[in-house]
Ligand binder design. Structure first.
Ligand code: NAP
Length: 278
């Protein structure tokens, strides 16, 4: 005899409050999973939402109703818009997993506003749009191992993720949160260099971006280390060492280190300023 089981509801309803660049990426990537039955996204101005929306995504301006219906609540507004949003949802997040992507807002502050929620603070980057984000996250005190599995599932849809103490999130903001901007500048410089030595712009762009992707894959997918890779393409008195010499003369590595350090200090300053002003 056939043992017919009642249809089980797909596991999760996710509310994404603040469907901007990051929020929309979270919503669209989550909606693709069979483990998610519905994604509710919010914005104050729904006309600016990118259409068409997949069937599973419902859009509303009502943060409180969205949070109430959801199992997992994602916060993705700018820090300046956070206070109002947190007030709106504080009664609807009891016992729920809340993932905050908001820069500059500490776990303790979030826990004060949403005392009964199970909060995780995360720092992702814009590559979430293509499922290649680098995300670090810090769980709050009441997050259980089962909650963490849910968090890893949501963040896993965006790319790679790693758990870190909250004290390191400013450094993460500076390295991988801002990182795509540094890489974009590097690519722009390589394209400009390609033009200088006679390559068409589109060809230079294709070669520069593919070189970046290929190098990253080599480091991630083989056991080749950074210096081994560099040495493998650097022959004595050859072309690569001529290029590397100019990079060293221009303090390329020092500039990158200084950039990340300056951005870390800026992230700490912004967080402190936000804490005293709000
Ligand atoms: N972009 C990045 O590279 C990046 C990287 C790491 C972390 N983050 C963090 O991620 C968060 C989102 O950044 P983003 O770049 O996605 O910003 P964004 O594109 O400006 O998106 C924020 C969205 O929030 C909506 N919003 C504002 N107030 C709202 C409210 N009360 N209720 C509902 N929706 C509201 C805005 O739409 P309406 O104006 O229509 O309401 C907007 O679409 C920020 O806290 C940022 O610090 C961003």
């Amino acid at each position: 005899m056939l043992n017919v089981q009642p249809a089980r509801r797909a596991e999760l309803i996710i509310a994404v409050l603040g469907a901007g660049k990051i929020g929309e990426a979270v919503a669209r990537s989550s909606a693709k999973s069979p483990k998610v039955s519905q994604v509710i996204v919010t914005k104050r101005n729904l006309t600016t939402l990118r259409r068409p929306l997949p069937k599973k995504i419902l859009a509303t301006t009502d943060n409180s109703a969205a949070a109430k219906k959801a199992d997992v609540v994602i916060l993705s507004v700018k820090a300046a818009d956070a206070k109002h949003l947190l007030d709106e949802i504080s009664n609807e997040t009891h016992g729920k997993v809340v993932i905050s992507f908001m820069a500059a807002i500490s776990l303790s502050r979030l826990e004060r506003h949403l005392p009964k929620a199970k909060i995780v603070r995360a720092m992702t980057n814009i590559a979430a749009v293509v499922g290649e984000a680098a995300t670090a996250y810090s769980p709050g005190q009441s997050v259980t191992p089962a909650d963490l599995e849910t968090v890893k599932f949501v963040l896993g849809r965006l790319g790679e993720s790693v758990e870190l103490p909250e004290s390191q999130l400013d450094a993460v903001t500076a390295l991988s949160g801002s990182g795509p901007a540094y890489i974009a500048i590097l690519i722009d410089a390589m394209v400009t260099a390609g033009l200088k030595v006679g390559l068409p712009r589109d060809v230079a762009f294709k070669l520069a971006t593919q070189t970046l992707v290929g190098t990253a894959k080599l480091l991630l997918e083989t056991d080749m280390g950074i210096t081994e890779l560099r040495d493998a393409v650097t022959t004595p008195a050859g072309t690569t060492i001529a290029g590397i010499y100019e990079l060293e003369k221009g303090s390329f590595r020092t500039s990158v280190i200084n950039a990340v350090e300056a951005a870390t200090i800026a992230a700490e300053r912004v967080a402190k300023k936000f804490d005293t002003e709000h």
